[in-house]
Design a protein around this ligand. Structure first.
Ligand code: HEM
Length: 419
């Protein structure tokens, strides 16, 4: 990514070459960087690969306004015209339909239609039915870690990553084989935009996922189960149902949106608790605090730094600037959640925080459909971990923890712990 010197934003114009790419500044010390952006009078613009101008929305009130303003469209700029006579479906890798035809890339009314076909599977009451199974998955992973007998673990690799993928696979009804591949596919496909530098990897990963899902759909049509894929194959609103391509796009979205996000919520939460021993002790003394603690982890150390990309559908005057039709807009959710006009002492991690209406799960029409599931997983996973290991600490042999270099997701590559 290039640094935009045309930007009127001094925070970006002053970036040193070693701060590139932006994702590095975003992830290593996001709180300070975002604070500087919020202090600017005008909105800040960056330039992403392909000379694509993108406005950063960093203040809480602006964030909520943008996320509910229909002038910002979710439909990607380069969405293909599949009605054109020159369109050749045989020569198109699945990634394009999967990304363009899922609900997160649609505006109303198509968005509402797709969302309504899957909504009931994510109703909080239904999700609570997974409690016992999530507890069991967490306990089995902890048994495995303990059975190694080393007193050490990589929390990210051995706990945070496997737990949500097992839960997601069971929710969807995906067979056990290829779960490891699911993780790799979702990691590759967790990109903000398709660009020349990531195109090949995304195309390859999407072919693997599509072939896998094709087998799953055949299996679930022959042997329906009590799972989400079966429900989606049968889902109907009156005479309306998902087309075959919409089915692929829906399951693709659920896998990509539900795995890395939850994995890094677990990783960031564990990190933040250990970095704040007073809060950790408070939680250990009163395990019922896990519910507000998870909310505070989402606000303070949420895994999703920015919203997905939106575009101005017309020229829009906002915060002292004019966004041109077609310009990109990213809502920096993690910055909004640190806005001192909304949250008292926002940089302080306080699991008893009184006012905590954060937007870590987004806001408006695209509000995260998996929020109840993610909260439940985090509550169970963190509580189980603390209960199992009363003397959990950072591994003293490791000095520096490395953050992933990604503008969308903030998460640790490894979190070595001793117990
Ligand atoms: C800690 C975990 C999670 C976080 C922080 C998170 C965050 C978000 C955010 C911020 C959005 C809105 C993006 C935007 O407006 O651009 C979103 C949308 C979405 N999330 Fe999540 N998510 C998490 C877990 C999950 C899980 C577990 C699932 C499903 C299994 C899921 C499925 C979705 C879907 C399908 C959407 C699109 C909704 C729509 O377009 O209407 N997410 N998520």
């Amino acid at each position: 990514m290039t640094v935009s010197k045309i930007s009127k934003c001094p925070v970006i114009a002053d970036l040193r070459p070693e701060d590139e790419p932006y994702s590095k500044v975003f992830t290593t010390n996001p709180a300070n960087f975002f604070e500087q952006l919020r202090q600017q009078e005008n909105l800040c613009q960056i330039t992403m690969e392909g000379n694509f101008p993108v406005w950063l929305i960093t203040k809480f009130d602006d964030a909520q306004q943008v996320l509910k303003d229909p002038r910002f469209t979710k439909v990607p700029a380069d969405a293909r015209d599949r009605t054109s006579p020159t369109y050749d479906p045989e020569n198109e890798a699945p990634i394009y339909r999967m990304t363009e035809e899922n609900m997160l890339s649609r505006d109303a009314p198509e968005h509402s239609r797709l969302r309504s076909l899957v909504q009931s599977a994510f109703a909080p009451r239904y999700i609570q039915g997974f409690r016992a199974r999530i507890q069991q998955v967490a306990d089995e992973l902890l048994d495995k870690i303990q059975a190694k007998g080393t007193g050490q673990m990589d929390f990210v690799e051995e706990y945070a990553y496997p737990l949500p993928i097992v839960v997601l696979a069971e929710l969807l009804g995906l067979p056990h084989h290829d779960r490891e591949k699911l993780r790799i596919w979702s990691e590759v496909m967790m990109e903000l935009r398709i660009t020349d530098s990531n195109r090949q990897a995304l195309e390859d990963a999407s072919i693997g996922l599509r072939n896998y899902l094709k087998e799953v759909f055949v299996l679930r049509r022959e042997q329906p189960g009590d799972d989400l894929v079966t429900a989606l194959l049968e889902a109907r609103n009156g005479t309306d149902k998902l087309s075959e391509e919409e089915l692929y796009a829906m399951v693709f979205l659920l896998i990509v949106a539900g795995h890395e996000t939850t994995a890094h919520l677990l990783g960031n939460s564990m990190y933040t608790l250990l970095a704040n021993p007073d809060q950790l002790a408070m939680l250990r003394n009163d395990p019922a605090l896990i519910v507000p603690a998870v909310d505070e982890m989402l606000r303070h150390s949420g895994p999703v730094l920015t919203s997905t990309m939106r575009r101005a559908s017309t020229d829009i005057v906002w915060g002292g600037v004019t966004m041109k039709e077609g310009d990109g807009v990213l809502v920096v959710l993690s910055s909004a959640n640190m806005d001192a006009t909304k949250f008292t002492d926002p940089q302080v991690f306080d699991i008893k925080r009184e006012y905590n209406k954060h937007i870590a799960f987004g806001f408006g029409a695209h509000f995260c459909i998996g929020a109840s599931l993610a909260r439940l997983e985090a509550e169970i996973a963190i509580a189980a971990m603390l209960q199992r290991f009363p003397d959990l600490q950072f591994d003293p042999a490791v000095d520096v923890l490395e953050w992933r270099n990604n503008m969308l997701i903030r998460g640790l590559r490894k979190l070595p712990l001793v117990f």
